[in-house]
Design a binder for this molecule. Structure first.
Ligand SMILES: [Zn+2]
Length: 422
């Protein structure tokens, strides 16, 4: 069989043997040891080859706003108000330019699959959806975008929003999101969104709660509606910062509730750390849901970026290994199995949540990203930056290894014998 390219010395699993991948016509034609072929060679040098990272929750439409929207209080209310004011001046061109900046960063960090949440309401209309739909088409050579349209500023309290959500779904939005905590009738919003999701046959992804008061929550209602609408496996909830306040018995009950309802969890550590516990002057709580507990119980559970350089999160380089590392810090995870789980929550788990498969196998499109590390635990521990990626066999980015420029006279890298002095 004639191959176009052979990738040599790659590891497909932690500690796995070194394998070669033969690429032909954009697909993985063969995976074997010592593949014999005269084709061009790309040496993976023992690195870990993955299908890329997946970001299950990223806002492209309100990214990169620090030049025009400030949030001096650092609160959720301050962030929503700042973005709401800036949103009045959003245009399709402006959203496209900011979104493209974020996507290009994400591509170079090895992300190949993204669910992006797009705000829809009468103030911004469909400008966000139209810009992101064009980004989805324009960057399809490097990654896949799923568009989740949602009513950030409420649904039942904001006349005209539902009609616009329906228009976006008619024009190809992939799924519906919700944000009951900003609605005047949160349970009414949840019920309406479930009905619409059934009508359009799309998945649901809620921004569920964003505070640390565990005397009330909407999670039970979402679980009830998920089962009532037979949508197990099709509903995700994000943030859910209240989960960080639960003592172990209540946490176990909640894990069982979500497992029974087939609800996935997305945790957004950068935003949650930035915004939660602002009312505290000392012993500030972390306010980040314990994703690893849900993951360990077998739930679909992901760690994602959420916001980049805006009033909700004034940071961001779109690195998912950095986000997994941040979560590991917060959750005090240091053992290899725990770090593996953190890696899983930015790779196989979000692929699963978005209805895709992370496994690399013959016959599939050659969508590959090379990590310069031998194990997934080290990718998280070292915040590993990928060297290159390809989509359908075509290189989509390169980030070559840094080169050390030691002077010729320097002797570095090996210890001198005692006799040679100094
Ligand atoms: Zn969000």
């Amino acid at each position: 069989m004639t191959l176009d390219l052979v990738i040599r010395n790659a590891r497909l699993t932690d500690g796995g043997e070194l394998l070669d991948l033969g690429i032909r016509a954009g697909r993985i034609a063969d995976i074997a040891r010592d593949l014999s072929s005269p084709a061009r060679v790309l040496d993976a040098e023992g690195g870990r080859l993955i299908k890329g990272f997946a970001d299950s929750h990223l806002h492209l439409d309100k990214a990169c706003l620090l030049d025009r929207a400030a949030n001096p209080s650092g609160t959720l209310k301050g962030a929503i108000e700042a973005v709401s004011a800036a949103k009045r001046d959003f245009t399709r061109e402006d959203i496209y330019a900011r979104g493209a900046r974020v996507l290009e960063k994400a591509i170079c960090q090895g992300t190949t699959l993204i669910r992006t949440h797009v705000e829809i309401d009468p103030a911004v209309g469909l400008a966000g959806f139209d810009a992101v739909a064009q980004l989805k088409a324009d960057y399809a050579w490097a990654l896949e975008l799923q568009i989740c349209v949602f009513p950030q500023e409420g649904l039942l309290n904001y006349p005209g929003t539902e009609e616009l959500l329906r228009a976006a779904l008619d024009r190809g939005a992939d799924l519906l999101g919700g944000c009951p905590y900003t609605d005047s009738d949160p349970e009414g919003q949840i019920a309406r969104l479930f009905d619409m999701a059934r009508e359009y046959d799309v998945d649901l992804d809620f921004h569920l709660d964003f505070d640390l008061d565990n005397t009330w929550r909407h999670l039970d209602e979402v679980a009830r509606q998920t089962v009532a609408h037979a949508m197990q496996g099709r509903v995700a909830i994000g943030h859910v910062t209240k989960l960080s306040t639960l003592p172990p018995p209540q946490l176990d009950e909640t894990i069982a509730l979500m497992r029974d309802a087939g609800i996935a969890l997305t945790v957004l550590p950068a935003t949650d750390l930035f915004m939660m516990g602002r009312e505290f002057t000392d012993s500030v709580p972390r306010g980040v849901a314990p994703a690893h507990r849900f993951h360990a119980a077998g739930l679909c559970c992901t760690v994602a970026t959420n916001n980049v350089l805006n009033p909700f999160t004034p940071y961001g380089d779109c690195s998912l290994p950095r986000m997994a590392n941040l979560f590991a810090n917060i959750a005090q995870i240091g053992d290899p199995a725990g770090l593996d789980a953190c890696f899983d929550m930015i790779s196989a788990q979000p692929f699963r949540l978005l209805g895709r498969e992370a496994a690399i196998k013959p016959g599939d499109a050659a969508d590959l990203v090379l990590l310069p590390c031998a194990t997934s635990a080290m990718a998280v521990a070292e915040i590993c930056r990928p060297f290159w990626g390809m989509r359908s066999g075509r290189m989509s980015f390169e980030a070559p290894k840094p080169v050390l420029l030691a002077p010729e006279s320097a002797e570095v890298g090996k210890v001198r014998s005692a006799e040679s002095g100094a």
